[in-house]
Design a protein around this ligand. Sequence first.
Ligand code: SPD
Length: 357
Amino acid sequence: MKQLVQTFLTIFVVAFALMFLTSYLNSSQGYSGGNTLTVYNWGDYIDPELLSQFEKETGIKVIYQTFDSNEAMMTKIGQGGTTFDVAVPSEYAISKMKEEDLLLPLDHSKLPNLKNIDSRFMNLSFDPNNVYSVPYFWGTVGIIFNPDLVGNLKFESWNDLWDKSLRNQILLVDGAREVMGFGLNSMGYSLNDTNEDHLQQAKAKLNTLTPNVKAIVGDEIKMLLANEEAAVGVVWSGDAAEIMDANDKLDYIVPKEGSNLWFDNMVIPKTAKNIEGAHAFINFMLDPEHAAKNTEYVGYATPNKEALALLPKDISEDKRFYPDPEVTSKLEVYDNLGKKMLAHYNELFLEFKMHRK
Ligand code: SPD
C-alpha cells in the first residue's frame, strides 16, 4: 500500500513539473494557447492599464513580452519557434520582415479605428497601403541636455557632443542604427550610407567620442538623465519627453545636420495563433481615447489625429516632439539596408562599444 501511494505521489509530482515546464517554455516562446494573445513590444512602450482594460473588455488574456532593439526582435521572430500575435517593429524592420515573408496581411475591415490615423502617417514607402502595418508611435533621434550641467555650451550640432568639457558626461541610446547614424550625420553623410570608407570614417570618429561617453544604455537612460547623473544624452524623442516630464530643466534638440525620423508600427507576425484577437488588440490601441491615454503614459508622439485632439496642448503643440512637416521632411527615415549591411552596422557599433573597454 505504502509502495502504491509513493508511486502515485511520484507520478503526480512529475506530471505537475512537466505541466509547469511546458507552460513556461510556451510563454517564453510567445505561444498563445486558448483565449490568449501574445504581444511583443519595445520596453516601456505601453500603459499597463490598457492591457488590463483590453483583457476585461474582451476576455482575452494578454501575455506581454518586450525587446530592446529591432535587431533582437527580428532575430527572435526570424529564427522561428515563436507565436507572437502582435509585434511593434520600426519601418526598416518592417521592410526586412516583409522581404523574409514573416508578416501576415492585415484585414482592414477588422480595423475600423484605422480612420483615426493622420493620413501623413499612412501609406509610407516601407508599407504601401498599410497592407502589413499600422502606425503606433513616431519620433526623432536627438540630443537631450541639462543646461545646468553643460555651462555655456549651446547644443545645435552633433559635433557639440565632442566638446572637451563633456568628459564622461554623455549617455548613448543602445542602438546600432542610432549611434552609427549620428556618427555619419556628424560628418555630413547620410545615416543610410553604405560606402565602406564613410562607415570606417564614422566609426573612427565615434571612437574619438569615447572619453565623453559615460555609458551606452537601454531604458535606464531616462532615470539616469532625470536624476542628473549625466549632463547629455542621445535619445529617442519620446524618451526625452518622459525625462523632461520628470525634470523640466532639461531640453531636447534635433541637430542641424539632420537626424532620423522613425515610425514604429503594429504588425501580425505570420506565426500568430490568435489572428482575430490580434486585430481586436490593434483596433483597441487605435481607439482615440486609448491612444491618447497611451501617449500620455509613454511620452512618444501619436500618429492618431483624434487622440492628438484629446491631449493637453502643452503636449500636442510642443514642436520639439511634434515637429512640423517642414522639419521632418529634412530628416531621414532608415532604409532597409539588407541583411549583410545591417549586420555590418551592428559589427561596427560593437567595435565602437569594445573600443570603450
Ligand atoms: N522605450 C521604447 C522605445 C521605442 C523606440 N522606438 C524607436 C525606434 C527607432 N528606430
